[in-house]
Design a protein around this ligand. Sequence first.
Ligand SMILES: NC(=O)c1ccc[n+]([C@@H]2O[C@H](COP(=O)([O-])OP(=O)(O)OC[C@H]3O[C@@H](n4cnc5c(N)ncnc54)[C@H](OP(=O)(O)O)[C@@H]3O)[C@@H](O)[C@H]2O)c1
Length: 256
Amino acid sequence: MATKKTALITGASTGLGEAFSRQAAISHDTILVARNEKKLKELAVQLKHQFGGKHEIIKADLTEKKDLEKVAKVLENEPELELLVNTAGFGTIGEFSNLEVETEISEIDLNISAVVRLSHAALQSMKKRNDGRIINISSMAGFLSAPYSATYAASKAFVKSFSEALYEENRTYGIYVQALCPGFTRTEFQQRANIDVSKIPDFLWMNADEVAQISLEEKQKPVLIPGVINQSGILMGSLMPEELRRNLTAKLMQSV
Ligand SMILES: NC(=O)c1ccc[n+]([C@@H]2O[C@H](COP(=O)([O-])OP(=O)(O)OC[C@H]3O[C@@H](n4cnc5c(N)ncnc54)[C@H](OP(=O)(O)O)[C@@H]3O)[C@@H](O)[C@H]2O)c1
């Protein structure tokens, strides 16, 4: 039997990461990364039962240098690595000067530094075989400066710009990098960010499985906005005068 290729997914314990893990497991062995060991173990058992193959877990806090290096080394030394999905991330909401600065720095560590370190590590393996994909989760927020979610939106703008540049550098090696820019997606994200979801209309939501599926099916786009509603939102935003866009974003972020 042919050896399966390997996918490593960060943030695999819930939400988009869990959805990516379930879909990747159809065709890949997986390495599931997050802090919640119990959830990772349960998912690995389910994947083995449903799809066969090898499903390993790594308990890691990716804001901790030691843990981040441990995951990076696994990527660098994995000969069959075909897919890396950098899903782990979180958001903060509120007036920047009133937020805990340690949490803001930690948000940068996870949303930016971990993505940079792990993308670099994955490319070392992928370039040996001239094959692979990296999906970095940005956000629709990556297209905006977002008052009352300043660090989060700036971190996602970094991920978008960084991934688009890596796409261009690596496509000639047969390695495709994607910045995935979802809008509101039903996961634990909003609860962790203390967002009041009751104010967000139903038609704006997507579910994690459909977002993961759209992302995995589209190999060649450096920046992918899933869903027509989200694509229309970005288009409308790009046509607005900057000041109006900033004011509307501020109002939206203050209302949730
Ligand atoms: N949901 C949305 O509406 C939405 C929209 C646009 C973009 N996004 C982006 O999508 C990505 C996934 O978020 P989600 O919606 O799936 O949210 P989620 O359900 O809260 O999942 C976040 C994942 O990140 C992991 N994580 C958090 N802190 C970590 C740390 N320090 N070290 C390692 N893993 C950590 C969590 O697992 P543990 O707690 O077990 O560590 C969890 O698996 C994020 O980058 C988010 O910014 C989400």
